[in-house]
Design a protein around this ligand. Structure first.
Ligand code: SF4
Ligand code: SF4
Length: 340
């Protein structure tokens, strides 16, 4: 594996921006971070250890997109057209979610048209984010080699000041992207520093007993239906959790008229919505709110899905907790389930 020394993160971003459209999470006036394009030479400081309000999910699985157009005679496919892109500075939880979505959408040409053009630059977290529990679901805080093309990990700090970064090239595409950059090879000490950093960060996470107990109870089918129903009464079906969750992939399709054409669109949906599973016959296997609440959390933590997808459907980002107006985000749910 090629590992280099890097003085400033922005130096790498600027190099990549010469040949790619770069996206980075940028803080707005309200203190929220969102993914934005950054041009070559643009002066935008990179902030490590931030969890953007939204994950990069929509850069692959678009919130709304056209699938095909029918002009009355012929169908025309509308695949997205993209040049090479870089998603820069993605934390381990969001990269784990992208690798999960890669499996789910492996045969989806719309997702793949964007994904195949994208280089992922990951960054190791050095402190837990608010409400995050990536450590408990094997999704962080450090980036696994196989889920990024390039990985940034901090060198030891002196007096609280960062002294630089190690740049790990973990894929052929990552290696090719930095070839030509004037970089110094790292000496072998980088891996033991990185490991020490990982242990130190993991030790800072809060107790995850309620998460572990909750997962066990969901898998033992030990949560009574009445509790799911009671929890569901707190849900106002705003779909905020599904929108922000980096692994949620539910969608609906609709046909809209545009001039003389008919356009088939795909839009994000949520399994917490009453009509999500409604069939053409009118039957609805999840007509009761409790069934929908159970289904959502079962999808996140069931061992049945681990067998299918290779891991839990939750990467521990904590976004559902921070957005839910009804206090049925992951921590609140798991506390109630584990104490039931
Ligand atoms: S269920 Fe909640 S904590 Fe888990 S990945 Fe989705 S938003 Fe993040
Ligand atoms: S964020 Fe809360 S209230 Fe909104 S759909 Fe999700 S569980 Fe329901």
């Amino acid at each position: 594996m090629n590992v280099y020394e890097l003085d400033r993160i922005e130096h790498l971003r600027d190099w990549l921006a010469l040949s790619h459209q770069v996206y980075q999470a940028v803080e707005n006036d309200l203190g929220n971070c969102n993914w934005q394009p950054i041009e070559h030479g643009e002066v935008v400081k990179f902030k490590p250890n931030v969890r953007p309000l939204v994950s990069p999910k929509s850069l692959f699985f678009s919130e709304q997109e056209n699938m095909f157009v029918f002009d009355g005679e012929k169908f025309r496919e509308t695949l997205p057209e993209h040049g090479p892109r870089v998603i820069f500075g993605v934390s381990a939880c969001d990269l784990t979610a992208i690798s999960y979505q890669d499996k789910h959408f492996r045969k989806d040409p719309y997702y793949q048209a964007r994904r195949q053009q994208t280089l992922l630059v990951g960054i190791d977290c050095t402190k837990p984010c608010d409400g995050g529990f990536c450590r408990s679901v094997d999704a962080g805080p450090h980036v696994k080699d196989e889920i990024a093309d390039l990985i940034l990990t901090p060198m030891p700090s002196i007096g609280g000041e960062n002294t630089g970064w190690w740049l790990i090239c973990s894929s052929d595409a990552g290696r090719a992207a930095v070839s030509g950059m004037d970089l110094r090879r790292a000496d072998s000490s980088w891996s033991s520093w990185r490991e020490m950093n990982r242990r130190h960060t993991e030790a800072e996470f809060k107790s995850d007993v309620h998460i572990i107990n909750g997962i066990q109870r969901i898998n033992a089918r030990a949560v009574p239906d009445e509790l799911w129903e009671r929890l569901a009464h707190q849900c106002i079906s705003c779909s905020g959790c599904s929108q922000l969750c980096p692994t949620c992939s539910c969608y609906a399709t609709r046909d809209v008229a545009e001039d003389t054409n008919m356009v088939r669109q795909r839009v994000w949906d949520s399994c917490l919505m009453v009509g999500f599973q409604k069939e053409a016959s009118g039957a609805n296997p999840a007509a009761e709110a409790g069934r929908r609440m159970y289904r959502y959390w079962y999808h996140k933590f069931s061992e049945d899905y681990v067998a299918q997808m290779g891991r839990y459907g939750c990467v521990g980002c904590g976004r559902c907790e921070s957005t839910c107006p009804g206090s049925v985000g992951v921590h609140s749910i798991m506390e109630k389930i584990s104490n039931a």
